[in-house]
Design a protein around this ligand. Structure first.
Ligand code: NAI
Length: 284
C-alpha cells in the first residue's frame, strides 16, 4: 500500500506512541493531524515534528461532538482522512473492587469510548468515498495478559480487541484494513495520565500517589522507543497484518494463555440435534 499523499488522523498524537506514529507517517509522505487533549504537548509536538504537512487539533476523544468537529477540521485543512490511528489512552493502576464509577467512566471513556468514537466518526466517511483506507487501534499486551492491578484498563483493552477483531471482518470487503497494536512497555508519558483526568470525573477518585507516579515514570523510561513501535506499525499496514505484537518477548506468555483455554475444553459429546434445530450448519 502506498501511503504517500493520504491524510492520517492520530489521537494521542502529541506524545509517546502517537507522536512516533506521526513522525513515521510524515516520513511516508502522509499529511497528518495530531489530536490530543493536551494543548501544551501539542505545541511541543509541532515544534519537534517541524513539518508543514502536520496540524495539531485539541480533542477529548471521549466526546462524540468534539470528535466530529475535529474530523471536520482535519478534512477541511488536509483533505479526506483515510488513515485513522485510535491511540489515545490513559492508565490507572487500581483493582476493579477498589474502583469507583468515576474511574470506570474516565478509563472506559478514553481507552474504549475514544476508539468507538474514532470508528463511528471516520469509518462511514472512508467507506462512502470508496478509496480504501486503514484503521489502527492501540490496545496493549494487557488485551491478552491479565493481572489484578490495571482492572479497568484491562477491561477497556479487551474491548478494543473485540471491536477491532469484528471491525476487521466487516471492513475487509470495503478495502479498509484494520490492525490491532499490542505493545508491551513503551517509553512514553503515560505515567502522567492523572494530569488529563477531567475535573468532572475526579470527585470519586483516589488522590494521586506522587511516589508511585515517579517510580512509574522511571519504569517507562526503560521502555521501547515509540519510533521503533511506529516502524513496526507502518510495516504491518503495508503487509495488511492484523496483529501487531511489537514486543516479541511476550510470545510464550500468550501461548500459555491459549494453552489454558484449549485445555479447558472437556470431551463432552457434541450436541447431536443442534444443526437440525438451527436449520443450517453450526459454524461461527
Ligand atoms: P502518552 O501519555 O505518552 O501519550 C498518550 C497521549 O494521549 C497523551 O499525549 C495524552 O495527552 C493523550 N490523551 C489522554 N487522554 C486523552 C483524551 N481524553 N483525548 C485525547 N487525547 C488524550 O502514552 P503512550 O504510552 O504513548 O500511550 C498511547 C497508547 O499506547 C495508549 O492507548 C496506551 O494505553 C497504549 N500503551 C502504552 C504502553 C506503554 O507502556 N506506554 C503499553 C501498551 C499500550
Amino acid at each position: 500500500k502506498d501511503l504517500a499523499g493520504r491524510t492520517a488522523f492520530v489521537t494521542g498524537g502529541a506524545s509517546g506512541i502517537g507522536l512516533g506514529l506521526a513522525r513515521a507517517l510524515l516520513a511516508e509522505g502522509c499529511k497528518v493531524a495530531i489530536a490530543d487533549i493536551r494543548a501544551d504537548a501539542l505545541d511541543a509536538a509541532l515544534k519537534t515534528l517541524d513539518n508543514a504537512e502536520v496540524i495539531a487539533l485539541r480533542l477529548d476523544v471521549a466526546s462524540r461532538d468534539d470528535f466530529a468537529a475535529a474530523a471536520d477540521e482535519a478534512e477541511a485543512r488536509l483533505g479526506p482522512v483515510s488513515l485513522v490511528f485510535n491511540n489515545a489512552g490513559v492508565n490507572l493502576f487500581q483493582t476493579i473492587d477498589a474502583s469507583s464509577y468515576d474511574d470506570w467512566d474516565w478509563v472506559m471513556g478514553v481507552n474504549f469510548g475514544g476508539v468507538v468514537n474514532g470508528v463511528a466518526t471516520f469509518v462511514p466517511r472512508i467507506k462512502a468515498r470508496g478509496q480504501g483506507g486503514y484503521v489502527v487501534n492501540t490496545a496493549s499486551m494487557g488485551a491478552f495478559l491479565v493481572g489484578p492491578a490495571p482492572g479497568i484498563y484491562t477491561t477497556a483493552k479487551f474491548a478494543v480487541r473485540g471491536l477491532s477483531e469484528s471491525l476487521r471482518y466487516s471492513l475487509a470487503p470495503h478495502g479498509i484494513g484494520v490492525s490491532l497494536l499490542l505493545p508491551g512497555l513503551v517509553k512514553s508519558n503515560i505515567y502522567a495520565s492523572d494530569e488529563v483526568r477531567p475535573e468532572s470525573l475526579k470527585a470519586d477518585a483516589k488522590p494521586t500517589d506522587a511516589a508511585w507516579v515517579e517510580r512509574l515514570a522511571g519504569v517507562h523510561q526503560s521502555g521501547m522507543e515509540p519510533d521503533v513501535i511506529a516502524a513496526r506499525v507502518i510495516e504491518a499496514i503495508h503487509a495488511n497484518r492484523f496483529y501487531i505484537f511489537s514486543h516479541p518477548e511476550f510470545r510464550d506468555e500468550v501461548r500459555e494463555v491459549f494453552d489454558e483455554i484449549v485445555a479447558a475444553f472437556r470431551d463432552y459429546p457434541p450436541d447431536p440435534g443442534l444443526e437440525q434445530r438451527l436449520g443450517f450448519e453450526a459454524t461461527r
